[in-house]
Design a protein around this ligand. Sequence first.
Ligand code: BGC
Length: 732
Amino acid sequence: MISKEQEQSIRELLEKMTVEEKVGQMHQLAPSIVGGFDVSFEELIEMVTDGRISNEEFGKIMSTAERDFHEEDIRAGRVGSYLLNDPKKANELQRIAVEESRLGIPLLYGFDVIHGFRTTFPIPLAETCTWNEKLFEASAEIAAREASAYGIKWTFAPMVDIARDARWGRISESAGEDPYLGSLFARAKVRGFQGKNPADRERIGATLKHFVAYGAVEGGQDYNTVSMSKSMLHNGFLPPVKAAVEEGAMTVMAAFNDYNGVPCTVNPYLLRTVLKESYGFQGFVVSDANAIRECVSHGIAEDLADASRQAVKAGMDMDMGSNVYHDHLVSQMEQGEVSMEVLDEAVRRILTVKMALGLFEHPYVEEERMEQYDSGLKEEHLEAARDTAKRSIVLLKNEGVLPLKKEQKIALVGALADDGENCLGAWFANGRGSECVTVKAGLERAGAKVSYGECCGVESELDREALESVCKEADVVVAVVGEPNAMSGEASSRADITLPGHQRELLEAALETGKPVVAVLMNGRPLALFWEQEHVPAILESWQLGVAHGDAVAAVLFGEYNPSGKLCATFPAMTGQCPRYYNHPNTGRPGGRSKFTSRYLDAPVEPLYPFGYGLSYTEFSYENMRIKEDARCFSVTVQVKNTGACPGEETAQLYLRDVTASIVRPVKELKAFEKVLLAPGEAKDVTFVIDKKEMGFYNEDMNYCLEDGKFIFYAGGNSRDCLEQERMVAFS
Ligand code: BGC
């Protein structure tokens, strides 16, 4: 990560540092709110959560709050990192660290930049439906450019958690359920944030989070416990982490949850054995917010001193916001409970990252850079956001209703249709609801004939009269339904993932008008849409697409862009099917018609929309599957044909199943995919190449095994509908 000379200067610095200064580097804090509001801080948080004030209003109030920036601690060398996104303040505090502290070690500013900074891109779950690495990378690069102008040199992203349970609110921040696609996403984000040289002024350091298996919390309930075999961990959950460490990710954030009884925060197997030793990770590990303190609530630490001791010994290098290292590590060192070697290792890792980020040479941010983004959005960035947004949309059902024609009169209903804030999704950094193009605005900008009535909010009752009056003259009803931002993201798990509130009644009433109905969904997770699939003739999943939401939806509704998104997470038919994911380990009695198979009495065997699924305004056929083998790899070729009437882009997918192995293997695993653009009637051969080395798995002893035997190759447009061929494979 750094040069030999830089390593030497870190060694020299370590020799000069007192224990207190070393612990200081391991301490991250945020400004403390000390008051200055008319209501309590807790009430303010409630007000923004329940919608009494908007996020923008909240931001304005917060900027007037009295804050303690802990200047004294910085001056004394007791702070290593800071959560902040204010360049002026960042420079002010940095000046204290660099010019007034004894050793002049710069602060490292971190912030959550999850899907854009000023220009809000689609939530990661949506963006992943593009299956497009170039776009994953480009949005991170733009976010880094904007965030770095606000003094941020480090982001707590990408989130690389494999998410298989749609009840879990944080699925919205994830790349979905597949380790292969998730690994491509993780690598692309690291490249996008860090570039070739993260010290460049428009690049920032990336964090892989949350390490690990946070997406497997029991029942999809946030912060819950995780029990899982090591083979499942290594095959199903760790691949994106391993891939992104190889790509050069500079930091890793430990997850809140425990893994098999030991919180990740104090888990030496995860932090030392897997990450630092086996993967050779050279950067530093940061805790999640307050997580070291929470080891006492977990019941694994007797008190905070014990928590500090366990965490540092396990390989936790930096404490995010819990003050536990700050308050206890020095005394733990004095009592001989923690060795200097352990402390030095943590500090060396932190200083290495600071050095690799160029902070020692360029600790300050040019404050003027922020102006160009703060005063408005850059057209070039907006254009990228529009492009990604339209490619993220997934067409779930279409019985001849879409695309719409410009001369059709549209009745637009549903509160979300005219709501900029809720286009942003969870964790929108410095995005502003007022800058988002709503569905209503997008349709109007596209020249549609629209009459709009809210008729039903996410929480409020259906107003039938209003609905009848809006729909009276219309040729088609477009109902925008779904979830507000606050229903996904952190601490936003749901026990029932059907459409919230009275929105199904809105759809029912729209259908009763006898006009064709299009449901446009805005949400941050897969929803259970069994009823909707039965009754509504067209369903478009638009997720939360950020600043360009309405433009993208309008482009797809009018067929100016033929939808090409493919799901990166399974949509269960009912909530009770959760967790539902396509790459499930096989069972002795796979779900079928018979009662004595793995199924529910009161739910279908299949999910509603499988992983990899997404319709187009045209259709594609798959034929003539051929497999070739050489010493190194298998090449699978299939002919994909556009059998419909308009041009379209298809994502052809290749899955593999290891039929007999020494441990139970998934029923299918994605191994490759290719995009093809086809004119009507056009056919192309698509070839997928699978390296034989990629056909193995980790066993319980964590050995990677390539086992001879029968494999099935599958090729198709989603994980369910595939052509298949068997092969006997011998690796030696
Ligand atoms: C979240 C992290 C985030 C951190 C800092 C925590 O509550 O779990 O994902 O990076 O806060 O904002």
